[in-house]
Design a protein around this ligand. Structure first.
Ligand SMILES: NC(=O)c1ccc[n+]([C@@H]2O[C@H](COP(=O)([O-])OP(=O)(O)OC[C@H]3O[C@@H](n4cnc5c(N)ncnc54)[C@H](OP(=O)(O)O)[C@@H]3O)[C@@H](O)[C@H]2O)c1
Length: 230
């Protein structure tokens, strides 16, 4: 059996990021202790002393690529789950777009090929989001980040969730090839199910590498959902 994967999570203190940290920490057979990349000294303290995992202070906005590369050096995979979270248009571009690209450049620099990005559903469909109240700049950033990542040589998985909820995990999804067609009637996915899928994607690179995968809660259990991506 291969050795446990060491995963760095950018945005580990966010909601999706925290759920993912817990899932990886609870599966020591497949994952080494995860590395949380977070923005404040209090968050570093929380992850190290209260949760008992590795944590490093890293801002994808203010740190340069070399600093981020130093922080992730030695990990097997990086998950970018950070986001500006409604804190202004400028931060949409400095975090969701340029922050993501800096992390990808840092991965290239240290030779970490596996990269999972949390984007947003329908990012490719400009007609859908151009007139969406307050979301135009957000979607410009998400679409542009997705497109840049696809041009890299990284083993990327771009995860495109629908509207995020704090509901309990169902572990079930709409098949990826049906997600955009059902989206007009059904738009939601639990953050816990986004985290669960990311964990499965890390465990199943063959099915998920260099793919863009929309996520909505549906009827297909995660194992079957991943198998259908192959
Ligand atoms: N809301 C939706 O319906 C929806 C739909 C589709 C996709 N998404 C995307 O899903 C992702 C995760 O969502 P979520 O609900 O988990 O978000 P969240 O709880 O707001 O978490 C985002 C995390 O990003 C971190 N962050 C912000 N600026 C940073 C920086 N400069 N450097 C490093 N980290 C930084 C935040 O740190 P602090 O804790 O220090 O602020 C926070 O921990 C986001 O990319 C979001 O755009 C959201």
């Amino acid at each position: 059996m291969s050795s446990p994967l060491k995963v760095a999570i950018v945005g580990a203190s966010g909601k999706v990021g925290s759920f993912l940290v817990q899932l990886l920490k609870n599966d020591p057979t497949h994952f080494a202790t995860p590395l949380a990349l977070v923005r404040t000294a209090e968050q570093v303290k929380h992850w190290k002393s209260e949760v008992g995992i590795d944590a490093k202070l890293t801002s994808v906005e203010t740190d340069d690529v070399d600093t981020i590369a130093n922080a992730i050096n030695g990990v097997d995979a990086v998950v970018f789950a950070a986001g500006a979270g409604g804190k202004g248009v400028e931060r949409i571009f400095t975090v969701d777009l340029d922050g993501c690209l800096k992390v990808a450049e840092a991965c290239e620099k240290v030779g970490t090929k596996r990269f999972v990005l949390v984007s947003a559903i329908m990012a490719e469909n400009r007609k859908f989001w151009w007139d969406l109240q307050g979301l135009r700049e957000y979607y410009i950033a998400k679409r542009s980040a997705d497109r840049e990542i696809r041009c890299t040589k990284l083993d990327y998985t771009i995860v495109q969730p629908g509207w995020l909820t704090n509901d309990d995990s169902t572990g079930k999804y709409v098949p990826a090839d049906k997600a955009e067609s059902v989206f007009s009637d059904h738009r939601e996915i639990a953050r816990k199910d986004v985290a669960l899928f990311i964990k499965e994607a890390l465990l199943h690179p063959k099915e998920t590498n260099r793919k863009t995968i929309p996520l909505l809660n549906g009827d297909v259990p995660v194992q079957e959902f991943v198998k259908q991506l192959d």
